[in-house]
Write a protein that binds this ligand. Structure first.
Ligand SMILES: *[C@@H]1O[C@H](CO)[C@@H](O)[C@H](O)[C@H]1NC(C)=O
Ligand SMILES: *[C@@H]1O[C@H](CO)[C@@H](O)[C@H](O)[C@H]1NC(C)=O
Ligand SMILES: *[C@@H]1O[C@H](CO)[C@@H](O)[C@H](O)[C@H]1NC(C)=O
Length: 798
């Protein structure tokens, strides 16, 4: 560098000298010398005289001198010897630069005659310069994706020397991915090229440094160095890569919104934006977009919608990681939704027969299906109905079940079933669904009407008004609707002589029984018939019940005095001997009553007497006895009025008048028996029968009494402890006699009446059956008919 500008100037001066010399060059000789550069001044170059053929003395004589064209005195001439010496050190690079060969032209000028001698001095190069790089440090930026063999230009070095001493070769050390190759320009300039031997990788080694050495060809060679820094430029040559190519996660379907699902992560070897990764869902379906989102930076996938295993069991997501340079990598994520027992079993009733007729055994009533949308155990179900129902649960195909009747149903005991179907799944926790089915049972006419009572007894007071409502029968039918519509009717009576249709009528609708006419206890005490109840079903069912109508007596008959007879013009006269003691039985008033019960309980009392105190009447048996001894003073004829009263309410009365005649003895010829004579023959035969009957009955009675006494004695102790009464009936007034039952006196009673009557007169005419026709009277108090018959002594003999 230091010899660039002045060198060029010197070259110009030399050329000018040549021009000048050339014009004056006439017949001149020339000599040629060479000298290495950098020789010390005074160094011998050559002998001019010898070369030019001149005498040594001649030089000094002729005043020889060396002239250079540029007026620089590089040389000096020793005129005495003719030696040419260097007057200064020559620097070839300064004198000639890169020109080669470097020849300096001088003239040796001699006078007398003027003569020029040309001298050429070649300055030889020595290796006095090292190759030099203009820049000590070179920076190269090479993209990492440069192909092997790529060539990069380097700065060349300069060596001022020429020829072999000039720049010869370049080398790099240490050897790395490059070697250097020397190239030669057409102008013979040598420059180095860096050749890439091995691919670069920014990610592996982002920078290289090595020394570039330039060598010259001198001996010994000289060198120059420069530092080369190669900076590898990052190219987005790496795609993001996921840690795992495939992710698999499981997430329960009941995860809340925002739950993290999975976090993916990818890396990128590139730097800067080329290594900045953002995550996206790649080509996601609408479902996926709705359900998941990914955090662009962190790669966390989270839930944005609720999952439902039953709708979608799994998702396959492609996640794309993109770097700033647009390269991307993908990874698949499979999200398995785990079933959670979140669905209740469902019951779907396909068909139901309701109402179902009650007589349908083993009939399919309900068909239903069950469904649980969960899977696995969560979707396995158990179906049940309550045990106490008359239905069977039968599994059918798949999840279908049928409900069948186990047996015939009975609408009357249960008309409606509320069947609870319970379906439980086997998940955890167990979920349960209950479905209620209302099943109605329709009626079949399987029940006959039933009467409220097995039999009916109606008590009707006699003398009722016609069309009296006597009472009702009622029957119910456990069926419903027309099957339960009951119609009542009268059935033909068992007794064909009973004029039922004229006695009773029944309301077919409500079972009210009406009397069609007034009843008379004395004529008809009781009658029976049957009523029927029929339902309106098809076929109709019916049942019947007996009805007994009991006519209740009313006190409508007054006592009827049988003895003494009252309608005779001459009343009967009783004879009493004056010698009779007190208590002498005068006679006995015998009366009957057509009624029964209390209405027929009679009592007797003395209403009127000619001489009070002489006679007394026993209230309960109508015996008329003397109350005291008779005396001579007592009048012979007495008239007694005895009142007979029944116990009805109000009581009915009858009175009888007795004539009593006191006689001194029975020989008294006053025995008026007019009627007896008329009936004499009839009474004779009757007397025979009566005596036989009397005797047998008396024997029987005696035997009974004995038996009775014996039994009583045997059982006395026990009977006493039991407190049993000899008379089981409750209240029965002592002063009354019961003649209830009929207008006809029992044989027993008649017999007694006869015995206690005046036996002396042998009047049997009363013993024929007498059925008095009592006129109906106003209604008295209703009495219960006494089933027992009492004799005058007050104990029961019936
Ligand atoms: C330069 O040197 C390299 C090795 O260092 C060698 O292979 C090459 O031949 C040399 N070139 C010249 C022109 O000498
Ligand atoms: C059936 O029974 C269930 C409970 O056992 C009850 O909740 C429901 O109301 C009943 N349905 C009818 C119509 O009675
Ligand atoms: C008295 O009455 C009875 C019965 O009514 C009758 O048979 C009898 O002839 C009557 N006697 C007289 C005298 O009227």
């Amino acid at each position: 560098m230091e010899n660039g500008g002045p060198g060029a100037l010197r070259i110009r001066q030399v050329l000018l000298l040549f021009v000048l010399l050339g014009m004056s060059e006439v017949g001149s000789e020339s000599g040629r010398f060479s000298v290495a550069e950098e020789m010390q001044s005074g160094s011998f170059i050559g002998n001019v005289a010898k070369d030019l053929g001149l005498e040594v003395g001649e030089l000094s004589l002729r005043g020889a001198q060396v002239v250079s064209k540029d007026n620089k005195q590089h040389l000096q001439l020793d005129v005495n010897t003719g030696d040419l010496l260097l007057s200064e050190t020559l620097d070839r690079e300064e004198l000639c630069g890169s020109t080669q060969p470097c020849v300096l032209h001088f003239q040796v000028l001699m006078k007398n005659p003027l003569q020029f001698f040309q001298i050429e001095l070649e300055v030889r190069d020595i290796n006095d310069h090292s190759p030099v790089f203009l820049e000590k440090e070179m920076l190269l930026e090479i993209p990492e994706n440069s192909p092997v063999g790529a060539v990069f230009l380097l700065e060349s070095a300069k060596d001022l020397d020429v020829g072999v001493n000039t720049l010869k070769n370049y080398t790099v050390s240490p050897y790395s991915n490059f070697h250097v190759k020397m190239r030669v320009n057409p102008d013979n300039r040598k420059y180095p090229e860096l050749v890439l031997d091995k691919a670069l990788d920014y990610e592996e080694q982002p920078e290289f440094s090595f020394i570039l050495t330039a060598l010259d060809g001198g001996s010994p060679p000289r060198s120059g160095t420069a530092l080369v820094r190669v900076v590898v430029v990052d190219i987005n040559d790496n795609s993001p890569e996921f840690e795992q190519p495939f992710y698999e996660v499981k997430i329960p379907e009941n995860s809340v919104l925002g739950s993290p699902v999975v976090t993916v992560s990818a890396w990128d070897l590139d730097s800067g934006t080329n290594g900045e990764i953002s995550y996206t869902l790649s080509h996601a379906s609408e479902d996926i977009c709705k359900t998941f989102e990914i955090n662009q930076k962190s790669g966390e996938v989270s839930l944005t919608a609720l999952l439902d295993f039953e709708t979608i069991e799994s998702y396959s997501i492609i996640i794309q990681a993109t770097d700033g340079g647009g390269l991307f990598g993908k990874s698949a994520v499979r999200i398995q939704v785990m079933d959670v027992n979140d669905n209740l079993p469902e019951v779907t009733v396909s068909s139901i027969i309701s109402p179902i007729p009650e007589n349908s055994p083993e009939t399919v009533v309900v068909v239903f299906s069950i469904l649980d949308r969960d899977s696995g155990d969560n979707g396995r179900m158990i179906c049940s109905i309550p045990e106490d129902l008359p239905f069977m649960l039968k599994p059918s195909v798949e999840n279908y079940y049928t409900l069948e009747t186990e047996r015939t149903l009975d609408r009357e005991s249960r008309a409606e079933y509320n069947i609870t179907i319970t379906v439980t799944d086997l998940g955890t926790p167990r979920l349960k669904t209950q479905h209620n089915i209302i099943l109605l049972v329709s009626d079949v006419n399987d029940n006959a009407p039933t009467f409220a009572q097995t039999s009916y007894t109606l008590f009707i007071r006699e003398n009722n008004s016609p069309a009296l409502h006597m009472g009702s029968v009622s029957a119910t039918d456990r069926d419903s609707g027309t099957n339960a519509q009951v119609t009542y009717s009268l059935l033909p009576p068992q007794d064909p002589h009973l004029p039922l249709s004229s006695l009773v009528s029944i309301n077919a609708d409500n079972g009210h029984l009406f009397a069609l006419r007034s009843l008379d206890y004395e004529a008809l005490r009781t009658f029976e018939f049957r009523v029927g109840a029929t339902d309106a079903g098809s076929p109709a069912l019916s049942s019947e019940a007996p009805v007994r109508v009991v006519v209740v007596d009313e006190n409508d008959n007054s006592p009827f005095v049988l003895y003494p007879l009252q309608n005779g013009s001459a009343p009967c006269t009783e004879l009493v001997p004056r010698a009779a003691e007190a208590g002498y039985l005068v006679t006995k008033v015998v009366a009957v009553d057509g009624d029964s019960g209390q209405n027929a309980w009679l009592s007797y009392q003395l209403l009127k007497a000619t001489e009070p105190g002489l006679f007394s009447v026993w209230a309960h048996n109508g015996e008329v006895r003397t109350a005291r001894l008779l005396s001579e003073r007592d009048a012979a004829k007495h008239r007694l009025v005895v009142l007979v009263k029944d116990n009805g309410e109000p009581p009915m009365l009858a009175s009888v008048t007795l004539q009593v005649l006191l006689v001194d003895s029975f020989s008294q010829p006053y025995l008026p028996l007019p009627e007896v004579a008329a009936d004499k023959t009839q009474a004779d035969s009757l007397t025979v029968y009566l005596v036989i009957a009397l005797a047998s009955v008396s024997l029987l009675f005696l035997f009974s009494v004995l038996l009775f006494v014996a039994v009583r004695l045997c059982r006395r102790n026990r009977a006493a402890s039991l407190g049993r009464r000899s008379v089981p009936e409750g209240h029965f007034p002592d002063h009354l006699v019961d003649v209830s039952g009929t207008g006809t006196l029992s044989q027993r009673y008649l017999y007694e009446a006869f015995l206690t009557g005046s036996s002396e007169t042998s009047e049997f005419k009363f013993l024929k059956p007498i059925i008095p026709n009592f006129p109906p009277q106003g209604p008295g108090k209703e009495r219960k008919e006494s089933p027992s018959f009492r004799n005058s002594f007050g104990f029961n003999i019936q």
